[in-house]
Design a binder for this molecule. Sequence first.
Ligand code: MG
Length: 167
Amino acid sequence: MRIGQGFDVHKFAYGRKLIIGGQEIHYPKGLEGHSDADVLTHALMDALLGAAGLGDIGMLFPDSDPAFRGASSIGLLHVVCSKVNALGWKVSNVDLTLIAENPKIGPYRQAIVSNLANAMEIDLDKINMKATTTEGLGFIGRGEGIAAMAVAALERFHRPEDDGHRD
Ligand code: MG
């Protein structure tokens, strides 16, 4: 089995939708970025790519590429999972932490987990999502942006041809 970690930060900007885990959150500000700036999904993709040894999302989806302007990160997550699966790995579980002073994410938690599970084609119980604040400290505490951390564990697909063999 393999594990990977991901981390991302985006700053708030007016005139943008706030998208977290593929979910539009009702809030006066959004996050700035080349894509939809879905900070949670970005951290998750980096954790998956890290676990599979596939680099990072900047290598896969360069922000210099106009194709990814305004891109739906949940769509990119599906692409990442396809690449991970193609290498013979399946997602064992993922654990996510969103770090934000505001907005409160609790009312959206189920929708976010469901969005991520659909994009990854895995069961809901393989995804755990937590949210915390920084107790008013630092750029997050001042409401300047949002951070997210993710850990992903991958396990090998069971291959029938491996029966009776030991590595
Ligand atoms: Mg990002």
